[in-house]
Design a protein around this ligand. Structure first.
Ligand code: DUT
Length: 152
């Protein structure tokens, strides 16, 4: 796992968010599901989303939300990222579900956030909700899938 010094070199645009062993990630937009979806023969039909008004998001009990992270990230070739929740959210009955960040990915990260509790939870746009931890990967190629965005 990479530490602070290496992380600042690899992710200079996240400098102020670098922690001893990861990068803090802040919530940007929050969406509710608006319709059905499917995955059949690897054909994706993602559910329609409805954006919640910011900056104060009210997360209703037993409800799932799709959330974006507040700046685009470039994962350099030769490295992967895993995303883990901020423990304050877990202590508040909020879970965050994430996948792997691939070498070469550029774009907006999107996580699933679920209020598992019995009461509403209020989250402000820009709060830190997760941490990305980075590992070197040997012999990797680069991600070029459907969520890859064009680098500016
Ligand atoms: O929780 C996560 C984890 C990763 N990513 C980003 C970075 C990752 O490189 C990219 C693609 O993730 P993955 O390979 O898991 O997605 P897929 O469904 O297999 O996409 P594709 O079909 O385009 O390969 O999405 C997220 O937005 N959220």
């Amino acid at each position: 796992m990479l530490g602070e010094k290496e992380l600042i070199k690899l992710f200079p645009e996240f400098k102020e968010l670098v922690q001893p062993s990861g990068i803090d990630l802040r919530v940007d937009e929050v969406y509710r599901q608006k319709g059905p979806g499917s995955l059949i023969d690897n054909e994706k039909d993602l559910p329609e989303l409805e954006r919640l008004e910011s900056p104060l998001y009210t997360l209703e009990p037993k409800t799932a939300y799709s959330v974006t992270i507040d700046r685009k990230i470039k994962i350099p070739k030769g490295y992967s990222m895993l995303y883990v929740p901020r423990s304050t959210l877990l202590r508040s009955f909020i879970s965050i579900h994430t996948a792997v960040g691939d070498p070469g990915f550029y774009g907006t990260l999107q996580f699933l956030l679920v209020n598992q509790g019995e009461y509403p939870f209020t989250l402000r746009r820009g709060e830190r909700i997760a941490q990305g931890v980075v590992f070197p990967v040997e012999g990797s190629g680069e991600y070029n899938g459907s969520y890859q965005e064009k680098e500016e």
